[in-house]
Design a protein around this ligand. Structure first.
Ligand code: ATP
Length: 384
C-alpha cells in the first residue's frame, strides 16, 4: 500500500479551460479519499491521471514516494474498479480473481492460496465455481475487489462504481465498500457525484468545481464549515438555505426579522452592504418545542408557513420569500454551478416530530444563530 501525492496537477485538452486546474492533494497510506463534484468538474480525469490512463499536462504524480508521470498504467500497480466491474463472463469467480496472478506467471499453488484467502475475506468462498452472470451486483463488485486484492495493489481506485444500481442496493454496497476498505486498510480514491456517498464513505472529501479544488476536508468539516457557497450548497439535503442578509454590529437582518449572532462571527462580516446568510434547515425550529430559555426576540421571527411535509420522524415547513435581485443573480449562478439543482427562494425549516405547526399557520421560528454562515456575494467565500 502507498500514499498518493498529487502536486499541482494540471490537465488541458486542447486550448480550452483546463479540465483539472492546479490540484494538490495528499492521500495518506490507507486513507479513503473521495473526489466529488457535478458532471464535468474533472474528477474522472484526475482519477485517470492517477491510474495512468490520461497524460498529465503539468505537475507531479507521486505514488509511494515515486514520481509516476511517465510510468505505464501496468507499472503503477493500482487496481481500478469500474462501473461495470470488467469481469470475464466466461470465467468462474475463481478464475476471475486468479486472472492477474496467472498473468504474472504465479504457480498453481500460489494462485490457489491467494484466491482462497481473498475470497474468504470477501465472503465469496461459496461462489467460486459460479460465473459472473449468476451473481448479484454486490457479489460482482466483490469479485472485482478480489482481483485487486490478490494483486496486492498499492491502492484501489473507484470510478462511480454504484451509479448503475438502484437506491437500496447502492446503500448496501456503500456499507460493504466502507467495511472492506477499513478491514483491508488499502489506500482508496473514489469518484462520485453523489454527496451521500461522499459523506458516508470518505475519511476526507475533495470537492471540485470546473477543475478547481474547492475544499479538502473531513465530511463533518465540509458540512459544518463549508469554504464557500458552492460547497455549502452541494453538501447537505435538503440543501442549506441562502437568504439575503445585512449585518449591523452583532445583529443580522434576514428577510423575516433580525437575530443576534455571536460577536466574533458577525465581526468578520462587517463593512459589507449585502451578504448571503447560509442556514441549514435543522438550525431552525418551531419555537414552541425549543427550550424556553433560548427563545428570545433576538433569536426568533414570525413567518407564515406555506406547506408542511411530514415524513414520520420529522417534518419540513416551507416559507416563501423574495430575495433582492443581487442575491437572486448569485443564487442562479450557484444553481448553474450545482448542475441545475434548484435553490428555491423559500425557507426550508426542519421541524421536530413534536411540532404541531401546520399549513397556513403564522408561526414563531427559532434560529440557532451560532450556526449561521455569512457568505460574500461577490466571491462566494464563507466569511464566518
Ligand atoms: P462526469 O461525472 O460527467 O464523468 P467528471 O467530473 O468526471 O464528469 P471529466 O470527465 O473529468 O468530468 O471531464 C472534465 C472536463 O474535461 C469536461 O469539461 C469534459 O468535457 C472534458 N474532457 C474530458 N475528457 C475529454 C477528452 N478526451 N477530450 C476533451 N475534453 C475532455
Amino acid at each position: 500500500m502507498a500514499a498518493i501525492e498529487m502536486k499541482n496537477i494540471v490537465k488541458k485538452y486542447g486550448d480550452g479551460f483546463p479540465a483539472v486546474n492546479d490540484i494538490s492533494i495528499d492521500v495518506a497510506d490507507g486513507e479513503f479519499l473521495i473526489l466529488v463534484g457535478p458532471s464535468g468538474c474533472g474528477k474522472s480525469t484526475l482519477l485517470r491521471m492517477i491510474v495512468g490512463l490520461e497524460d498529465i499536462t503539468d505537475g507531479d504524480m507521486m505514488i509511494g514516494g515515486k514520481r509516476v508521470n511517465d510510468l505505464a498504467p501496468r507499472d503503477r500497480n493500482l487496481a481500478m474498479v469500474f462501473q461495470n466491474y470488467a469481469l470475464y463472463p466466461h470465467l468462474t469467480v475463481y478464475e476471475n480473481i486468479a486472472f492477474p496472478l496467472r498473468l504474472a506467471g504465479a504457480s498453481d499453488s500460489e494462485v490457489d492460496q491467494k484466491v482462497r484467502e481473498a475470497s474468504k475475506t470477501l465472503e465469496l468462498d461459496e461462489h467460486l465455481e459460479r460465473k459472473p452472470g449468476n451473481l448479484s451486483g454486490g457479489q460482482r463488485q466483490r469479485v472485482a475487489m478480489g482481483r485487486a486484492i490478490v494483486r496486492e495493489a498499492e491502492a484501489f481506485l473507484f470510478d462511480e462504481p454504484l451509479s448503475n444500481l438502484d437506491a437500496k442496493l447502492r446503500g448496501q454496497m456503500r456499507t460493504e465498500i466502507s467495511r472492506l476498505q477499513k478491514r483491508l486498510g488499502i489506500t482508496t480514491v473514489y469518484v462520485t457525484h453523489d454527496q451521500t456517498e461522499a459523506m458516508t464513505l470518505g475519511d476526507r472529501v475533495a470537492v471540485l468545481k470546473r477543475g478547481i479544488l474547492q475544499q479538502l476536508a473531513t465530511p463533518r468539516e465540509l458540512y459544518e464549515n463549508p469554504a464557500n457557497l458552492f460547497v455549502a450548497g452541494f453538501i447537505g439535503s435538503p440543501p442549506m438555505n441562502f437568504l439575503p442578509a445585512k449585518v449591523n454590529g452583532d445583529m443580522v437582518e434576514l428577510p423575516f426579522g433580525t437575530v443576534r449572532m455571536p460577536a466574533d462571527k458577525a465581526q468578520k462580516a462587517q463593512g459589507k452592504d449585502l451578504l448571503i446568510a447560509g442556514i441549514r434547515p435543522e438550525h431552525f425550529e418551531d419555537a414552541s418545542v425549543v427550550d424556553p430559555d433560548k427563545v428570545t426576540d433576538e433569536a426568533t421571527f414570525r413567518a407564515k408557513v406555506d406547506v408542511v411535509e411530514w415524513l414520520g420522524n420529522e417534518a419540513y415547513a416551507y416559507v416563501p420569500f423574495e430575495a433582492p435581485p443581487e442575491v437572486q443573480k448569485q443564487l442562479q449562478q450557484l444553481e448553474r454551478d450545482l448542475d441545475g439543482e434548484s435553490l428555491r427562494t423559500q425557507l426550508v425549516v426542519s421541524l421536530d416530530g413534536a411540532s404541531r405547526i401546520s399549513e397556513g399557520d403564522e408561526a414563531t421560528i427559532w434560529v440557532d444563530a451560532r450556526k449561521i454562515h455569512l457568505f460574500d456575494p461577490s466571491t462566494g467565500d464563507n466569511l464566518t
